[in-house]
Write a protein that binds this ligand. Structure first.
Ligand code: IMP
Length: 195
């Protein structure tokens, strides 16, 4: 079976992607398992650019097929922020609690009907010969006024999914992985691989 390395040091993403792709025809392993310790600078201005930067850097370092996810939250009332800066919204080093508190502060006076947001995930599969397959997924919702739920990671306790009217942090792993932006992008990727 072909090995695919996930170009990410985020253990939450690794777990989600492995769960979603559990019946995938490739063996999906982490950078650590592949023996690579690499911090890739994400200096792109779009999810597409950053996803490619990560997938390409790791593929070139190991000479293997890679998958990268670049994702983030886009809030309408904040003109699409934090967007590609989601991980470091409140500054570096990345801190989830600070990011969530900043988001709540920025939206303090924004009424419920203006709190629309979406999670975006852009998955890039990169081959050593330079071939790339790119798939984008989005999940739509609103931003709450306080944390709800304890599952997931990042902005999950503040993101109320439109379909379930629950935050992603209130969903089980399986429930989130059935509807998330990442799941939608990976579903598309599978379709593109079968073309
Ligand atoms: P990346 O590693 O540059 O793609 O950063 C993604 C950042 O977006 C994460 O650190 C989170 O802050 C946020 N994010 C992406 N996907 C999710 C998700 O599924 N739930 C909550 N936050 C997410």
């Amino acid at each position: 079976m072909n090995k695919v390395v996930l170009a990410s040091n985020n253990s939450h993403k690794l777990k989600e992607i492995q769960q979603i792709l559990k019946d995938f025809d490739y063996e999906l392993i982490s950078m650590k398992e592949a023996g690579l310790d690499l911090e890739v600078e994400e200096n792109g201005l779009t999810f597409e650019e950053n996803s490619l930067i990560k997938a390409k850097a790791v593929s070139e370092a190991l000479n293997v097929i890679t998958i990268a996810d670049d994702s983030g939250l886009m809030v309408e009332a904040l003109k699409g922020e934090p967007g590609v800066y989601s991980a470091r919204y409140a500054g570096e080093p990345s801190n989830t609690e600070h990011n969530n508190q900043k988001l709540l502060r920025e939206l303090k006076d924004v009424p419920k009907e203006q709190r629309q947001a979406k999670f975006v995930s852009v998955i890039t599969m990169y081959y050593p010969d330079g071939k790339t397959i790119v798939a984008r997924g989005e999940a739509h919702g609103t931003i709450g006024y306080a944390y709800k739920g304890t599952q997931g990671f990042g902005y999950d306790p503040l993101f109320i999914d439109n379909e379930t009217q629950k935050t992603f942090a209130e969903l089980t792993e399986e429930e989130k992985n059935a509807i998330s932006h990442r799941a939608k992008a990976l579903e598309k990727l599978r379709g593109l691989l079968n073309d």
